[in-house]
Design a protein around this ligand. Sequence first.
Ligand code: ADP
Ligand code: MG
Length: 236
Amino acid sequence: MIQAPVAPEAPARGVAVHARALTHSYGRGRHGVAVLRGVDLDIDAGSHVALQGPSGAGKSTLLILLGGLEAPRSGQLSVGEHDLLGVHGRALAAYRRAVVGFVFQHFGLVEVLSARENVMLAMSLSGVPMAARRQRADQALESVGLSHRATHRPSHLSGGERQRVAIARAIVNEPPLLLADEPTGNLDDEAAVRILDLLDVLREERGCTLVVVTHSALVAARADRRLQLRDGVVAP
Ligand SMILES: Nc1ncnc2c1ncn2[C@@H]1O[C@H](COP(=O)(O)OP(=O)(O)O)[C@@H](O)[C@H]1O
Ligand SMILES: [Mg+2]
């Protein structure tokens, strides 16, 4: 059962995440590459977890499964009330819209659109009327401290500002689960600290669950818990 998106007035509540013997591979048969080989994972609702591990360990893949960008191959995966095994296509898209906000290392903004339009784009499938979209985009930009940059295109913004636009886009639909894949990987230390402060504030205000993939000890130190992914499993 996919829930309707949370109304903007109601603060989002975080969701718990549980995975058991979760596997994922790319390709099939002889050419298949097993990436996740039996992940067991429990994340409390509203907590902030850092996911670490060597390059190629499967961190991004795990985030992709939590975010409903792909369906896992086998095992169990639940996010809040949503059981994600065997969920595909439109049902998976509905899950993403209702539950997930995603922040990427390379920001993923559309260059020909303004900051406001980039944020509004996240609501294009949400059934929010146009006037309300604009208002909610401006609220989201305000909550990341970028009201004065609403009409700027990404190329006219600093790296830290671009990432704040991307965060505004990720939170505008009030997702109970916020996923960030190396969100400060392209930023200098000062900008990185501001992004981390912002993520902490947003999580507290909104009560969302926050999972951050990172190589940085500085970033990981901010989390309530640190998990290590190695050889396709979460190290005990
Ligand atoms: N779309 C894909 N198709 C095929 N192989 C992939 C794909 N995405 C990732 N991989 C492979 O899966 C492994 C884990 O990748 P990834 O989850 O990105 O690791 P990490 O984020 O920990 O660096 C790597 O060996 C990578 O090459
Ligand atoms: Mg990665």
